[in-house]
Design a protein around this ligand. Sequence first.
Ligand SMILES: *Cc1c(COP(=O)(O)O)cnc(C)c1O
Length: 798
Amino acid sequence: MATISGPPANRAEYDCYIERMRETEYPMLKDTLYLDHAGTTPYSKRLMERFHLDMMANLFGNPHSASPSSQRSTLEIEGVRLQLLRFFKADPEDFDLVFTSNATAAIKLVMEAFREQEGGFWYGYHVDSHTSLVGVRECAREHRCFLSDEEVGVWLDEESVEDVAGGLCLLAFPAQSNMNGRRLPLEWCKHVHGLHQRRVYTLLDAAAFASTSAPDLSDASTAADFTAVSLYKIFGFPDLGALIVRKDAAHLFQKRRYFGGGTVDMVVCLKEQWHAKKSGPLHEQLEDGTLPIHSIVALKSAMQTHVELFGTLDQVANHTTALAKQLYDGLVALRHANEALVSTVYTSGEPSYGNSTLQGPIVAFNLRDNRGQWVSNTEVEKLASIKNVHVRTGGVCNPGGVAQSLDLAAWEMRENFSAGHRCGGENDILNGKPTGIIRVSLGVMSTRSDVACFLAFVDEFFVDKTRLLPPLPCLSRPGSSVPRFHVESLTVYPVKSCAGWQIPYATPWEACNEGLAWDREWCIVHQGTGKALSQKQHPRMALIRPSLDFRAGVLRISAPGASEQVTVPLSKDPTYFETAAFFQRDATVCGDPIKARLYTSPVIAGFLTSAIGVPCTLARFPATTGNLPSTRHSKAHLQQTNALSPNTICRPLLLSNESPILTISRSSLNRLNEQIKAKGGKAAHPSVFRANIVLADSPLLPPGHEQPWAEDEWESMRIGGDGGPILEFLGGCRRCQMVCIDQVSGERNQEPFVTLAKTRRFEGRVLFGVHTALVGEKGGGRMIRAGDVVETVARTDQ
Ligand SMILES: *Cc1c(COP(=O)(O)O)cnc(C)c1O
């Protein structure tokens, strides 16, 4: 094991020490900018090795029996319980500690105790509460959300007798907001103890707070009655939570009715129904079933390692407080070239970065472009994921805090919900307001250079350095028709998210309203969840090659490393081939429910499972009913939304990266690749864009006369000259990090997304290629072929 001397006291030296120590102790953080410590913090090598040694050296049995191994477990667990109480400076005379699976389970224990009280309970919670605290209200007789610290203060001063009259009261609040890191006044607990009649109790959610400071329970008279913590947020491992209970509030658990193995001494269940619950310490009454023995044992290693690696909690607090200030100061200082602010930081009140009593190491914010428009957090996430930056975006489980910060009224949230916005959804700016935030949270193993790297990331992608707007190409006269392009190639993707199959040159191919024939006719679904797999999560799907063999009437699928291919009939008639047997099952494609028809063949399932590495099988999209193309569900999840910009009014934009037909231009790709190569990057292969139609400038054009980005201006095109089908352009295709998956090796790169994000971002959307659809039936024929000439019509609406 590497020997590292203890952490230095000086703050600058402490940072250098962490930087160095991290190389050996946190190898998983290498080349990674991990900024989601409020989600969970990573575990050190030393902790895992120490735990491993402990496990190898000792036999731990199930506690509460007489064997030596069982005795050892009991002894260890009680030792760890005491040590953990001491970690929070809690005197075991005054406090008991109950192990739970997480902080939420600790909160639920308190809720259950209050629910059993006669007359129920009145519940008050602070608006900054985590969802897990908010949910307690559903079990209360009455509840109130305090919208500010002042409201809590007024309530406490008035001792609001009418609220208390009916029975018990529970006041809950977070010690630190998990959204923006603000620390709430802990004096409230003391204040409550001073209230007459002792009917108000306090539940302190210290899950976020404890990750870089420990709640100090050294004075029981000022401590909360119930303190919930998530231990993995402090130590990275093990995955445990705890509830620390002031013993003089322990009687509230007496009304608990449930018992289980571990919380009962004697049970009679034959003729008579009788049981004797455990009457010892509180934790014995509440820890149902077998304790997570090994996790609790691991805590011992976790506590020891924590102090060795990080020193005192004061050192931890000083270090993280300074980093948070550096981050906050850096973010608010960012300006676009036109002086417009880049970030809006949410602080609920005066910012207090630098003061560890008032502020923890979390910064919540959103970004704006140089015209003051919000940057979509989905875009931030895409770039962050390419750059290996780990942040959290969205509602971050803090409904009140997020609504207050974003000034979202309840009706707006309901409206957003019905407009399809869910936590983690793609559509994150509605009615001109963001629906979520970006949260950067620091941990004790974060460093000054992490903060600097994050600021550089924002600066690189979201700060506009030039005052100029990107020039819009306007090469073709509006309304004019210029046959200077031709179809370079046509590709279909018979199996969604797998490799494309190029249609042989000059072969006539049918374009239908819902796409090219045989495009996305099949998909691969997870056998457990029924979800259609996508390349975003499973880059190896790029290596699965479907091909259409019309002579044999089959789809063949091959995969690297597999000597055999699998084949399924092109015909939808299940009696046609043995491998065609289907069963229907509910599945989802991009979140939309469909009735997929899964192949029953174990050979197909085995083949795809070993190729992708998750249990999956092939499914065919449901048969079309009649000749209605719109019922082909492969395209049914296309979403339409409002216009992208004044230029594209009435032009539906498809959010999904699938569209009936996707068209890209070779000249645009060449231009993009010149830009990538100028920065020393690797040029993008056209296959990464997964287009159906690749257009190219006419080969007869003199050099230098190509028209990159001409497609931005097009309204429609006719393919194949007079009588050929007319296709309409529906809007730019919004790109994500999937374009970085090399379609030959399955590897992930940073390009072309990084350059696209810098050169092709319009109103927060990174566009490359255009969504295309056949115009009705009247527009002429339906057949197109590679080599056909293309006449384009430019938009006239500008
Ligand atoms: C993380 C967190 C929770 C939930 O903790 P779990 O361990 O996931 O149950 C609750 N409250 C706050 C403030 C948190 O940060």
